[in-house]
Design a protein around this ligand. Structure first.
Ligand SMILES: [Ca+2]
Length: 341
């Protein structure tokens, strides 16, 4: 046996001994949590010259989160849900995609101040600042740099390293919101965040061929999205300022040279314990029709109030104005209750 092989075997034995020791260090119980998100909407939309009104109660989401830390090195997550705007459940795969919000295995190793980790399965897309989870949001609706520009979930493999001051992750996945890969091409991306005290700067990239990213016209072409964001939390969680921009590029075939871009500005302030206010503006510019917006430009302006009478109870009121090519097309007033368990 040569020296290189001896060295490799020694490393394998060391890893096995280390991991088996850690494997029995902790055996923690199942963690059960989740939330129910109920809403009432009033919408006033302009179609042609006339306004039409509609209003509805809505069970927007019911989610059950199961998690278990198996050892110091392994954990497993399964988040089951119903979401009103989730994947189309009319096929068997669509139903599975709809019902399983996230499900992944995670392995991690602590090396001094660094944690190396890998996760495998379906998980929230690691790009942009806006969480898909209602308890993580201070307002009800999504900005245009989220709803028009980035995937919700991805399925594949992610490897990363985290530290007090930064986090870097690389991922390879099926595509944009693709539980099963419809083509041979894999989609790649990276997510990097640098944080120091109340400041965080993030960059995210995702690039691949296939459905979901841009309008159906460009399904055969490559789409690439670059997202850059800045988050400030100067008064701990009592104030949040987010500035974010993203740009989407098409390449190959009919998508070649086409692009869109979006920007977001958000300010949240919680002056007293039970009440916070959000002001938000986002703009999405789709000059080349890459996203199939049906217009060159969309904008939204939102004001929301949030009350948290208990840590596990959130009530939100929101007014949102949607503009298309500079004209107001829709007014939305909404009430949301989110109860966590
Ligand atoms: Ca693919």
């Amino acid at each position: 046996m040569n020296r290189a092989r001896t060295g490799l075997c020694s490393l394998c034995v060391l890893l096995l001994v280390t991991s088996s020791t850690l494997a029995f260090a902790k055996d923690e119980p199942l963690q059960l949590s989740g939330y129910v998100d109920g809403r009432y909407f009033f919408e006033r939309s302009k179609n042609g010259g006339a306004y039409t009104n509609s209003n509805t109660f809505q069970l927007y989401e019911a989610q059950i989160n199961l998690a278990r830390r198996l050892s110091a090195n392994f954990e497993v997550h399964a988040n089951l849900n119903y979401r009103a705007e989730g994947p189309d459940p009319s096929s068997a795969l669509g139903l599975l995609d709809h019902a399983v919000d996230q499900a992944y295995l995670k392995a991690m190793v602590q090396l001094g101040k660094f944690e190396l980790y890998a996760q495998f399965g379906k998980f929230n897309a690691p790009i942009g600042t806006e969480s898909v989870e209602a308890p993580d949001k201070n307002e009800i609706s999504f900005s245009l740099v989220n709803s028009k520009a980035t995937p919700t979930n991805v399925t594949g493999l992610l490897v990363g390293v985290s530290h007090d001051y930064f986090e870097l992750a690389l991922f390879v996945v099926n595509g944009w919101d693709q539980l099963s890969d419809p083509n041979a091409d894999k989609t790649f991306g990276l997510s990097a965040t640098v944080k120091y005290q109340w400041l965080a700067v993030g960059v995210g990239v995702i690039s691949g061929k296939g459905a979901g990213a841009f309008s159906e016209t460009y399904d055969a072409n490559r789409s690439t999205v670059l997202d850059v964001n800045l988050s400030l939390t100067p008064l701990q969680k009592k104030m949040l300022i987010v500035l974010e921009g993203n740009v989407g590029f098409g390449s190959g075939g009919v998508a070649e040279g086409k692009r869109w871009w979006g920007v977001l500005a958000l300010w949240y302030y919680e002056p007293i314990k039970y009440l916070g206010v959000t002001l938000r503006y986002s703009l999405f510019r789709d000059r080349d029709g890459l996203q199939g917006l049906g217009a060159r430009q969309a904008e939204e302006a939102t004001i929301a109030l949030q009350s948290k009478p208990l840590d596990s109870v959130r009530f939100k009121l929101e007014y949102r104005s949607d503009l298309t090519s500079g004209s107001v097309r829709k007014h939305t007033a909404a009430f949301q209750g989110v109860f966590l368990f």
